[in-house]
Design a binder for this molecule. Structure first.
Ligand code: LLP
Length: 412
């Protein structure tokens, strides 16, 4: 079994998969399937690695975890406890950040359609920055604040990101930020408002970016504008999903990013980054049980989850590398499919699995980012639990949804 896209504390012990010292089969017995499993020590180490990679090259810098990739207080808190700040988009994520107990000055509020309630709560909490995305944000903040609020302005860096179009955000036609030809006017307008204290600029190129040149391009394009004290250059670093993928390391990314900042913006600016996928993605796996094996024209191996707990394939065609664990034998070419009522609910086709049989455990690695957050109840599926595995013990971060919760909102 190739563990190269598994979390760092995954190992094989006599052919059995272990995560954070916990035999995965025992975690399945105790917490059921499907389940999201997190390598807690691996996640903490990665959060520290991001901070060290950045602060060792540029001391006045801050790593903000992009909460949207795993917006639950237990995951956000684990990362925040290492010293990271939190980037939140929306009131739910803001409340989750508050629940972690983080110092609100380490929280940054985003959103391309912020409500009064979100802005009011951010002001009341005293977040570090509100990122102004549009001129209606300016009007709202002016109306709701009674002392100057530190803000950043999100601008388009005019970079056409080499990624899935749904994840590209750096182009001038994007719904996010101010297009390049309007930036100067927006800056002037913000400066006319006494309740907004404009400290710097924000740019986010897109997500699952594997070519670090694109971050350099964004920084070069920020340098065409007037100089500010603060630059938040967003998230976006891509990760490996399958063993044949290649992705920049945290150090390669930090090196290129900080060199570009020093070259284009100077050495005395405050620098922030917002990694989401690259923080949590490699530290999560999803655990399923095989429900049926149908050997027809193709061999369909169906598990007890699917697009209810992982939309990455359906939305972006993301390749994954499922494996049947704790088994030896003969490899068989299969299609790994979910339990949901559409053909698009297929994880991978033409993929080798170890003699699939009903009751086997199947693991998909590199599912730590954007799976839990986009989970849904299609076909009445219950949203799976989040289980932290560390030092041989498994503890629940988020418990499994119940049928009472599933039906409880309906008033009939
Ligand atoms: N900062 C901002 C302003 C963002 O919009 C995002 C992601 C991030 C940071 C974090 O980017 P990351 O480091 O995770 O690439 N739903 C998609 C991902 C959309 C990403 C949206 N914004 C998915 O499931 O893959």
């Amino acid at each position: 079994m190739d563990l190269s896209v598994y979390p760092p504390n995954a190992a094989l012990d006599d052919g059995r998969l272990i995560l954070g010292g916990c035999p995965v089969a025992e975690v399945a017995e105790e917490f059921g399937t499907p389940a999201y499993l997190i390598d807690a020590a691996g996640l903490r180490a990665r959060a520290v690695a991001f901070q060290e990679a950045l602060t060792s090259r540029h001391p006045h810098s801050q790593v903000l975890f992009a909460s949207k990739s795993f917006p639950t207080p237990s995951v956000m808190g684990l990362i925040a406890d290492t010293g990271c700040g939190l980037d939140v988009a929306g009131l739910g994520e803001l409340l989750a950040a508050e629940r972690t107990g983080i110092d609100p000055s380490r929280v940054v509020l985003h959103g391309n359609a912020k409500s009064d309630a979100e802005i009011a709560k951010a002001i009341e909490m005293g977040v570090g920055y509100i990122v102004v995305d549009n001129l209606d944000d300016v009007v709202r903040i002016s109306r709701l604040a009674n002392q100057p609020v530190p803000v950043l302005l999100r601008v388009s860096p005019s970079v056409d990101a080499e990624t899935n179009p749904a994840m590209a955000t750096g182009h001038d036609t994007s719904k996010f930020g101010i297009p390049s030809h309007q930036i100067e006017d927006a800056i002037a307008q913000i400066r006319r408002e006494p309740m907004l204290d404009l400290r710097g600029l924000h740019a986010h190129v897109g997500s699952q970016i594997l070519n670090v040149d694109q971050f350099e391009q964004a920084i070069a394009s920020l340098a065409k504008l007037e100089r500010f004290d603060v630059y938040d250059v967003g998230g976006g670093l891509g990760i490996r999903y399958v063993p044949s993928d290649a992705a920049p390391t945290i150090d390669e990314y930090a090196e290129r990013l900080v060199s570009a900042v020093h070259h284009h913006l100077g050495t005395d600016v405050e620098l922030m980054i917002e990694p989401g996928r690259s923080m949590v993605g490699p530290n999560g796996i999803t655990l399923y049980r095989v429900v049926t094996v149908k050997r027809g024209v193709r061999t369909h191996v169906a598990v007890d989850g699917g697009m209810g707990d992982n939309l990455e394939v359906s939305l972006y065609g993301q390749p994954f590398d499922p494996a049947i664990i704790d088994k030896s034998g003969r490899l068989e070419v299969c299609d790994v499919v979910g339990r949901h009522c559409e053909s698009g609910d297929t994880f991978v086709t033409g993929h080798e699995l170890m003699e699939p049989a009903v009751g086997d455990l199947l693991v998909i690695p590199a599912t730590g980012a954007y799976t839990f957050t986009m989970s849904n109840n299609y076909n009445g599926a219950l949203r799976p639990p989040v289980v932290f595995c560390e030092d041989g013990s498994a503890r629940v971060g988020v418990r499994r949804e119940t049928y009472e919760e599933l039906l409880g909102r309906d008033l009939r």
